[in-house]
Design a protein around this ligand. Structure first.
Ligand code: PMP
Length: 406
């Protein structure tokens, strides 16, 4: 495959820095992605030359900032195959997107005895808001299980969908196991039973083309910072008819039609859900990130990352005492692992000494860890700016770690 990774790496200033006097090997993109210069420059340029509050001023600068902000809404809609930019709600991150649905849609739609189905592999962001909602409403949270290889037990999930199920919330890609779930197949099961679906796309959208129309879900949530954009801007996509029927979440400026002490009427979606001044510059930066990614091509990104995954899986499997956690057939470039006799935090510390950044811990997925019977794992995650040579450094450093602790 012709993929000029060295050229791409030059687009990311931080990748040229040193850590512990070694070239930084950044293998923690699943936690947050590094930013290309195009994104950094877009933010700087916006603050330097175009900044004003949006949806307010009649003056040219504000009108221009508003135009740029709304253009990103169109850009995001295009990027994820949404039919209508009004289906894009800007939020801070995937967590806020999911909480918005729980607080607004959930408050109106979930009643006593209703059931919400999630899966064992969810991030806390796609568990806790539903637990909180279930507690408020005396509803019940049910949990679909996983197979030994980390793939979802779709048959067992289907058996949980009953007459009281109102919502099925599940992740597109697991941030620990790397498992890519068969979203369209699962949403079809839910749709046939009139069940609303929310897909946590935090790890899905950065790793390949996403088309919400073919995924067939009702809501799709993601964070800009994992999509090589700035932190502070995320997206909730929802079908417009559903969004437009949802009650407001936060009240304040910009989300209203008319306010009076006799009563207030609300703007339509998406403005109804965007009270107050948003993180305007981060939204602009997110637009630049999407332009950058599309310049490379999401399919090319997916192919390069898959090659890295294959290389990493092969190389890591040869490290004695190392066990990869999550070996589903459909997998993104995320490799969690444990090493006999070495605590994951110690792995992380030794690797840090080598200039290699990986994650160690429970990855905000404690119920999954409990299911796996592990307190923690180490995790390396790869992006299109990573190289096979960095993986080889990871493997060598793990061999060293093993020797240190032997
Ligand atoms: N879901 C998944 C699968 C994630 O990996 C993460 C981030 N680790 C989140 C949700 C939450 O993302 P954020 O912290 O940006 O809201």
């Amino acid at each position: 495959m012709s993929f000029d990774v060295e050229r791409i790496r030059r687009d990311f200033p931080i990748l040229a820095t040193k850590m512990r006097e070694r070239p930084l090997a950044y293998l923690d993109t699943a936690a947050s992605a590094q930013k290309p210069k195009a994104v950094i420059d877009a933010i700087s340029d916006f603050y330097s030359s175009h900044y004003a509050n949006i949806h307010r001023g009649v003056y040219q600068l504000s009108a221009e900032a508003t135009r740029r902000y709304d253009a990103v809404r169109k850009r995001v809609a295009q990027f994820i195959g949404a039919r209508d930019p009004r289906e894009i709600v800007f939020v801070r991150n995937a967590t806020e997107a999911i909480n918005l649905v729980a607080r607004s849609w959930g408050e109106a739609q979930i009643g006593k005895g209703d059931e919400i189905v999630v899966t064992t592999m969810e991030h806390h962001a796609n568990i806790v808001p539903w637990q909180m909602l279930a507690a408020r409403k005396e509803a019940r949270l049910r949990v679909a299980s996983i197979h030994e290889d980390g793939s979802l037990d779709v048959a067992q999930l289907e058996s949980l969908l009953g007459p009281r199920t109102r919502l099925l919330a599940f992740t597109h890609v697991s941030n620990v196991l790397g498992t890519i779930n068969p979203v369209a197949e699962i949403t079809a099961m839910a749709r046939a039973r009139g069940i609303t679906t929310l897909v946590d796309g935090a790890q899905g959208v950065p790793h390949g083309p996403v088309d919400v129309a073919s995924l067939g879900c009702d809501f799709y949530a993601f964070s800009g910072h994992k999509l090589f954009g700035p932190s502070g801007a995320g997206v909730l996509w929802g079908r417009h008819a559903i969004l437009d029927a949802m009650p407001p979440f936060l009240g304040g400026g910009d989300m209203i039609e008319r306010v009076s002490f006799k009563g207030t009427t609300y703007a339509r979606a998406p403005e109804r859900f965007e009270a107050g001044t948003p993180d305007i510059a981060s939204v602009i930066g997110l637009g630049a990130a999407i332009d950058y990614l599309e310049g490379i091509g999401m399919a090319n990104i997916a192919a390069w990352e898959h090659a890295l995954l294959v290389h990493a899986t092969e190389a890591l499997s040869k490290v004695p005492g190392l066990r990869i956690i999550g070996t589903a057939k459909e997998k993104a470039a995320v490799v969690a692992f444990v090493l006999d006799g070495v605590h994951p935090h110690d792995i992380g510390t030794v690797l840090d000494g080598e200039g290699i950044a990986i994650r160690a811990g429970h990855h905000c997925a404690q119920p999954l860890m409990e299911h796996l019977g592990l307190p923690a794992t180490a995790r390396a995650s790869f992006a299109f700016y990573n190289t096979p040579a960095e993986i080889d450094r990871l493997v060598a450093a793990l061999e060293k770690t093993r020797d240190l602790f032997a």
